[in-house]
Design a protein around this ligand. Structure first.
Ligand code: NCD
Ligand code: ZN
Ligand code: ZN
Length: 351
């Protein structure tokens, strides 16, 4: 059986270029996107040199323009010392990404900077936060005061989701996303997967994961947090992060087959809501054909440069057969049909 989906949107990816193109580049990363049914991705700013100026953003966009095979947009970064750059980039970026806990790149900020940045941000796009359990109360306080749209990335625990649900019920302009690894892995698997299950936030208990599945109604979107690191790096420095663009859709469609999700929910979480929350342009002429066949996920199913996934060895259902972007077939049977750079750099829609 085949199903047709609208082009999926992933608002949380790390393409690693410039600076760490040995992990991923815009061609390999966007090829992995097509392989996983994503026709639009948004790239995070935690490059080796974080993307905190208009000039750095421009340089990154220029590289992406030459390499991408999908629609690609960008988030901007801040450590609190680039407030004057906000106005220069706010029309061009999908969100302002801030890190409140330790993770890859180490671009962590505290309450003082956070408050300053919230007060300075006048863009209409959301502020995205890496904000785990310990900092969520402080976040609620600042969002309540400033009323700025805030997206909490990669919710991972019962405590986090409970705090976010409360904020939503109090009417705060808060949305949140979940990653496939926080939906499909628990800390029980850490023993078997070792460093390949090392990411931020850490994997949580089965109780946490069950709670999230039972309260999926509070989750606005699915974000892969595609965060590739090479096998060699994982084996030596063991950095945080796992790739996800290739595997997100088959993992979700397997749960459709199991009756845990509907196709409509997958579309809501991976297309409609991301598009609404981040003003991502879409086209009715962009769609994905998926064969609902069952197969064992192996390295051969991956296009990410790093060539590994914590989900290798799983039986999954759903293989992307072809992808059409604005009426043009760009991917079929594992092959990209267009040249690097024939994708587009995109900007948020304006009403
Ligand atoms: C991400 C990365 O590698 O850039 N790592 C991760 O474990 N999620 C950064 C992040 O999203 O926190
Ligand atoms: Zn993060
Ligand atoms: Zn991330």
């Amino acid at each position: 059986m085949k199903i047709t989906l609208p082009g999926l949107i992933d608002v949380h990816t790390h393409m690693r270029t410039p600076g760490q193109s040995h992990k991923e580049d815009f061609y390999t990363g966007t090829t992995a996107a097509l392989n996983g049914g994503f026709t639009t991705i948004i790239d995070m700013p935690n490059n080796t040199v974080p993307i905190t100026t208009k000039k750095l953003l421009r340089e990154k966009m220029d590289i992406a323009k030459k390499q991408t095979v999908v629609d690609i947009g960008f988030h901007f970064g801040s450590l609190g010392n680039n407030l004057e750059e906000f106005k220069k980039v706010q029309e061009k970026i999908f969100g302002l990404k801030l890190y409140l806990n330790q993770t890859t790149g180490g671009f962590i900020i505290g309450k003082k900077e956070l408050t300053k940045i919230y007060e300075a941000w006048e863009g209409t796009q959301p502020i995205l936060l890496h904000a785990e359990e310990d900092v969520l109360d402080m976040v609620s306080e600042i969002v309540k005061k400033t009323k700025k749209k805030t997206h909490i990335c990669h919710v991972s625990s019962k405590l986090e989701l409970t705090k976010i649900a409360k904020a939503k019920e109090r009417g705060l302009p808060v949305t949140c996303g979940i990653t496939p690894h926080h939906l499909f892995l628990t800390n029980n698997q850490e023993k078997k997967l070792g460093v390949y299950a090392k990411m931020k936030p850490y994997l949580k208990s089965k109780k946490d994961v069950d709670f999230i599945w039972e309260n999926l109604g509070y989750i606005d979107l699915i974000e892969s947090d595609h965060a590739p690191h090479t096998i060699e790096e994982k084996e030596t420095e063991a950095p945080f992060g796992v790739p996800g663009l290739d595997t997100t859709l088959p993992l979700l469609l397997t749960e459709v087959e199991n009756g845990k999700l509907t196709v409509d929910e997958v579309i809501q979480l991976c297309h409609t809501n991301p598009s609404i929350i981040f003003n991502v342009p879409t086209s009715k002429k962009t769609f994905v054909e998926v064969s609902m066949e069952e197969y064992l996920l192996t390295k051969r199913d991956l296009k990410t440069k790093v060539g590994w996934s914590p989900f290798e060895g799983r039986r999954v259902i759903g293989k992307v057969k072809s992808v059409v972007i604005r009426d043009k077939k760009v991917f079929e049977n594992g092959k990209v049909l267009i040249k690097p750079g024939e994708g587009r750099v995109i900007y948020p829609k304006r009403d």
